[in-house]
Design a protein around this ligand. Structure first.
Ligand code: GAP
Length: 456
C-alpha cells in the first residue's frame, strides 16, 4: 500500500486534501491523472449499465433530501457503528473490527489497540476499552440563515435513497414496467472514524449504485444475475480473477434493509475486503417511503393488479474501485543490473493517458511532426505530449502513470513518415506509418486485454 500511495503522490494522481494545513483525516484530492482514471472507471460503469443494456435508466438526485427520508429509510435509527475508546492509547475503534482483529490478527492489519509504554522501563500500560456506544455515521447540517436554527438535514450516506424517492416519477416517463433499473453516480458522505487505508474508506466518496426493480417472484433470479454480472465487470476491466471473490454475508452481517447480500471482494494490500455489495433489499425501501410519505408506491398492471416491486442493488465505490485497479496494476519489473521499472499495468481503457507522443530531440522539425501526430490522435483518445528529459526517463514517467503506448518521433520519421510504437507491457517496439496510427490504436483500445501479471 505504501508504494501505491507514494506513486499516486509522486505522479499527482491522488494526494491528501488540505495538505498545506496538515491534511484532514480520510480525505483525498484527485489530481490530473487521478481525475482521468476515475472518469474512465465511471464511464466503464455507465457503459455497462446504460449502453450495453436497455433495461436501465439514469438519474442524478440531490445530495440533501427531505430529512424524513432518513427516518423512513432507517438510517437515522440504524446507520450506526459500535464504537469503543481506548483510555490508554486514546484511539477509537469499531468494536466489531477490534474483535475480528483479536481473533485473526492478519485479517485487520490496520487495527491495533496500542498499549502505551508505561513510566516504568520495559513495561506497557494495558489497554482500557470503554463499553461500545452506537455512533451515527450521517453528517448533519442545517438549512437556513440562523446559526443553531434552521431545518436539520443530512448529507446522504448512500445515493440509493434518492432513487427510491424518485421511483414513481421515473416510472411515469420511462414507459416500462419492472424488471428495470435506475442507476446513479454521485457523492455520499459518512462520518468514518476508523483508519481509512488511503482511499479505501473516506469521509466523502463517490458511489455507483443501481436499483433494479423486479416483480417479487423474480427477485432471486435477478439477485444471481447481478452478482455474476458485477463480478465479471471487474474481470473484464483487467482485475485478476484469482484476486477477486464473491462472498455471501452471514445473517448477522446483513444491513437493516437486506434479506441477502453478497460482496465482490478484492485481495487489497490490507487483505480481502469489500469492493462492491450486491443486496436483495426486498420491498423494504419502497414500503418504508410509502408509509413515511403517505403516498402509495406501487406498480399497476394492465389488469389492475398492484404490487410493490422488490429491489436488487449492486452498489460500488468509485474510489475503492480505483484503489483495486491501482493495486492490481502496480508492478515492479527487474530489467537486470539493479534496474527496476515501476509500471502501472492498467487496462488500456482505464489508463489516464492512452498514448504519449515523444519527439526524440527538441529540434530538426521533430517537435513539429510530433505536434502533427498528436493532432491526429487527440480526437480519438487522451494523448500527452512530452519533450522534456531523456527518452528513457520519459518512457519511465509514462510507465508510472500506466500509459499503454508511446509514439516516438525520430530523424527517420521526417524522411518516411513512420514512428516507433512502444508497448508498455511487452516493451516491444514496432515501426508504424503515421497515417495508420489512429486506426491501429483505436483497434487495440477496443480489443480484449488481460493483465500480464496473471501469466506470471
Ligand atoms: N446503498 C448500499 C450501500 O451504500 P455499502 O456497502 O455501505 O452499501 C457500497 O456501500 C459501496 O460504497 C461499498 O462497497 C464501497 O465500495 C463504497 N463505500 C462505502 N463506504 C465507503 C467509504 N467510507 N469510503 C469509500 N467507499 C465507500
Amino acid at each position: 500500500m505504501d508504494k501505491i500511495v507514494a506513486l499516486c503522490k509522486r505522479r499527482g494522481l491522488i494526494f491528501p486534501a488540505s495538505e498545506i494545513y496538515g491534511g484532514i483525516a480520510n480525505t483525498y484530492d484527485y489530481g490530473h491523472y487521478g481525475v482521468l482514471l476515475k472518469r474512465n472507471v465511471v464511464d466503464a460503469w455507465w457503459d455497462a449499465m446504460l449502453q450495453e443494456r436497455d433495461d436501465v435508466v439514469a438519474l442524478d438526485s440531490a445530495i440533501i433530501q427531505h430529512p424524513k427520508t432518513w427516518e423512513s429509510s432507517g438510517h437515522l435509527a440504524g446507520f450506526t457503528d459500535p464504537l469503543v475508546d481506548c483510555k490508554t492509547c486514546k484511539r477509537r475503534f469499531r468494536a466489531d473490527h477490534l474483535a475480528e482483529a483479536r481473533e485473526n490478527p492478519d485479517s485487520q492489519p490496520e487495527i491495533r489497540c496500542g498499549k502505551r509504554p508505561s513510566k516504568l522501563p520495559g513495561e506497557t500500560e494495558e489497554c482500557e476499552l470503554t463499553e461500545p456506544r452506537e455512533f451515527n455515521l450521517m453528517f448533519e447540517t442545517a438549512i437556513g440563515p440562523i446559526q443553531g436554527g434552521g431545518q436539520r438535514v443530512f448529507l446522504r450516506p448512500e445515493t440509493a435513497q434518492g432513487i427510491f424517492l424518485d421511483f414513481k416519477t421515473v416510472l411515469t416517463f420511462v414507459r416500462r414496467k419492472p424488471p428495470f433499473g435506475i442507476a446513479q453516480v454521485g457523492k455520499s458522505f459518512r462520518n468514518e472514524i476508523t483508519p481509512g487505508n488511503f482511499i479505501f474508506r473516506t469521509l466523502e466518496f463517490e458511489q455507483m449504485e443501481m436499483e433494479f426493480f423486479v416483480p417479487p417472484d423474480q427477485a432471486d433470479e435477478w439477485y444471481d444475475h447481478w452478482k455474476q454480472a458485477r463480478f465479471e465487470w471487474y474481470v473484464e476491466l483487467g482485475l485478476r480473477a484469482d484476486h477477486l471473490r464473491l462472498r455471501d454475508h452471514d445473517a448477522d452481517e446483513l444491513s437493516h434493509y437486506s434479506s441477502a447480500t453478497a460482496d465482490v471482494e478484492y485481495l487489497f494490500p490490507i487483505g480481502w475486503s469489500e469492493l462492491e455489495g450486491i443486496a436483495n433489499r426486498g420491498d423494504f425501501d419502497l414500503k418504508a417511503h410509502a408509509a413515511g410519505s403517505g403516498k402509495a408506491i406501487e406498480v399497476v398492471e394492465q389488469d389492475g393488479t398492484r404490487y410493490v416491486p422488490h429491489v436488487i442493488e449492486p452498489a460500488a465505490g468509485v474510489g475503492r474501485s480505483v484503489l483495486a485497479f491501482l493495486a492490481d496494476a502496480y508492478d515492479e519489473e527487474d530489467l537486470g543490473d539493479g534496474d527496476i521499472r515501476t509500471v502501472l499495468r492498467l487496462h488500456p481503457r482505464l489508463a489516464p493517458v492512452k498514448v504519449a507522443i515523444l519527439p526524440l530531440v527538441k529540434k530538426d522539425g521533430q517537435p513539429e511532426l510530433a505536434a502533427e501526430v498528436q493532432a491526429l490522435l487527440k480526437k480519438r483518445m487522451q494523448t500527452e505530449y512530452d519533450e522534456g528529459g531523456s527518452i528513457g526517463k520519459r518512457y519511465r514517467r509514462q510507465d508510472e502513470i500506466g500509459t499503454p503506448w508511446c509514439v516516438t518521433i525520430d530523424h527517420q520519421s521526417l524522411e518516411d513518415r513512420t514512428v516507433t510504437l512502444r508497448d508498455r507491457d511487452s516493451l516491444a517496439q514496432e515501426r508504424i506509418a503515421i497515417d495508420d496510427l489512429g486506426e491501429l490504436l483505436s483497434g487495440r483500445l477496443a480489443g480484449p486485454w488481460s493483465s500480464p501479471k496473471s501469466a506470471g
